[in-house]
Design a protein around this ligand. Structure first.
Ligand code: NAD
Length: 484
């Protein structure tokens, strides 16, 4: 399968935080892969900007290491790396200071696409926006890319939106949620809206429930102090899981354009009911053979922050009334696995004796580790001996379809950065979406604080707290296994 590459216009991309972890692991390797794919036009420039003492040569060495270590696929051609590195330069700047900004203004070109990636801590987002404006660095069509976290609650998200809006129009602001850049997540929209098969069944009449799981094996070690102020609700649910929920639950947009899609996603968030206390389970991992407990990782013996969260939600509209959505996410779980399962109802009348139990159609959308989808259907087990039924997956995994070329599936970041250059905001969160998500999340967190809610402990390497299993069991449902 040949990869189709849409050319983009020449650009200047400034990566603030260009020496950080995200730039090293994702942004620079991703740009290199786009370069190899032939998508970086002649004259494109990538400027790493940070506080560190680098010169251009030193930054290119940094980028070379990053590419050799983190760029996936069969692309480690030394010549190509050298060609790519020629597009790179480094600019030393302090986001909170005033030196150097006039010089940055001088090197930026006005006749190309200008993009500024804020790959820095959130306290620097507003100062960067202000300086880009004050020193007339960003032209009227320049784009800024803002990393997560976008606010800590509704109030801070509103304040940040207002600070950015003082200098940039909404059409210039790209709030990144890298889950939306995953190939399968976009494929979800295509499967829903480019086929006739699924959409008629995509409602409360035929869907029993939906499960969204984002399970990680890693703990919070290393960034425990930061995570402890956040927790699974802020770090994962408010953004990634809610974005997935929106794409699953939204109505078909009239057009595949940024605002049509984002309008429909926003309606889903606004249709979410408040969650009942008994429909949420918070957890914290215990110490295990492979690592310390959450409390030790967070270096806070009194921490009540959740490293695990499971919840049952209701989207209160005609399509979904009566169909629960179960979300769960956690650290130090049995396997690294992100998936969405659309679990369909049983046929209304079953004619094959007592073989119906535990049998239902499911559409599984795998986000990681291996992106793809499979549809579980019931068929007759081949051979004589009566009508014995079995479940088989109709496998739509990319590895199967693309074979060796699966390496060529773009990483979420490389796709999203190119969308920024193209000026396509479809896969980025709009300001009102982010605020609506916080408006739904805030009262839940406040409820925990008011009640002094204590997370349930769970074993590292398990599927999470027992109570989370009960969330499903008590209604005769079960979570899918968290396994590789
Ligand atoms: P990091 O701490 O590794 O890097 C921070 C970068 O910011 C460095 O290049 C540093 O030099 C620069 N910097 C710090 N203070 C500065 C200042 N005053 N002026 C100019 N530059 C300054 O952080 P990171 O992990 O790369 O994360 C960057 C952003 O991306 C954060 O908002 C983070 O939440 C988000 N993010 C990171 C990841 C990840 O995997 N690392 C994933 C998702 C989101």
């Amino acid at each position: 399968m040949a990869t189709h590459v849409i050319p983009v216009d020449p650009f200047d991309l400034v990566i603030f935080g260009g020496t950080g972890d995200l730039a090293k692991r994702k942004i620079l390797p991703g740009l290199f892969r786009r370069f190899v794919a032939g998508q970086m036009p002649e004259g494109a420039r990538v400027i790493g900007a940070a506080r560190g003492e680098f010169d251009d040569a030193g930054y290119r060495d940094f980028a070379r290491d990053a590419i050799e270590k983190y760029a996936h696929g069969k692309i480690h051609d030394k010549g190509k790396i050298n060609d790519f590195l020629n597009c790179l330069s480094y600019f030393r700047i302090d986001a909170l200071g005033d030196g150097g900004w006039k010089d940055l203004a001088k090197i930026m070109r006005k006749d190309v696409v200008q993009a500024f990636y804020f790959s820095v801590g959130p306290r620097l987002f507003a100062p960067l926006a202000e300086r880009l404006h004050k020193y007339k660095i960003a032209g009227p069509d320049a784009r800024i890319v803002v990393e997560k976290p976008f606010g800590h609650d509704l109030e801070s998200a509103r304040a940040l939106n207002a600070e950015l809006a003082a200098y940039f129009k909404e059409t210039q602001i790209y709030r990144i949620d890298h889950y939306l850049g995953k190939e399968t997540v976009q494929n979800l929209m295509v499967v829903r809206f480019a086929n006739i098969l699924f959409e008629p069944l995509w409602n409360a009449q035929y869907v029993d429930h939906i499960q969204i799981t984002v399970a990680e094996t890693v703990g919070v070690g290393g960034r425990g102090a930061y995570y402890d102020k956040s927790g699974a609700m802020r770090d994962m649910v408010q953004n990634h899981l809610m974005q997935l929920l929106c794409l699953i639950a939204m109505e078909p947009p009239a057009h595949f354009d940024p605002d049509s899609v984002r309008d429909e996603k926003l309606k889903v968030i606004r249709a979410l009911d408040p969650v009942e206390v008994e429909d949420i389970v918070r957890g914290q991992y215990r110490a295990g053979p492979d690592g310390p407990s959450y409390i030790e990782d967070a270096e806070n013996p009194d921490s009540t922050t959740e490293s695990y969260l499971a919840m049952k939600l209701h989207v209160s509209n005609w399509r979904w009334s009566g169909t629960p959505f179960y979300l769960r996410t956690g650290k130090r779980l049995r396997a690294r696995k992100s998936e969405i399962a659309v679990v369909f109802k049983d046929p209304p009348h079953f004619i094959f004796g007592d073989q119906q139990e535990q049998r239902c159609n499911e559409l599984i959308i795998h986000l990681q580790p291996n992106e793809g989808m499979d549809l579980r259907v019931t068929i007759k087990e081949p051979g004589p001996g009566g009508m014995r039924l079995m479940d088989v997956p109709l496998d739509m995994s990319f590895a199967e379809t693309l074979g060796d070329e699966v390496d060529d599936i773009p990483d979420a970041y490389e796709r999203l950065v190119m969308d920024v250059i193209r000026g396509d905001q479809t896969l980025f969160m709009r300001g009102d979406e982010v605020e609506a998500a916080w408006a739904w999340v805030d009262p839940i967190i406040k409820g925990w604080q008011d009640r002094g809610d204590q997370p349930k402990l769970y074993d590292a390497g398990s599927s999470g707290p027992e109570d989370a299993l009960m969330l499903m069991h008590r209604e005769g449902r079960r979570w899918r296994e968290i396994s590789e």
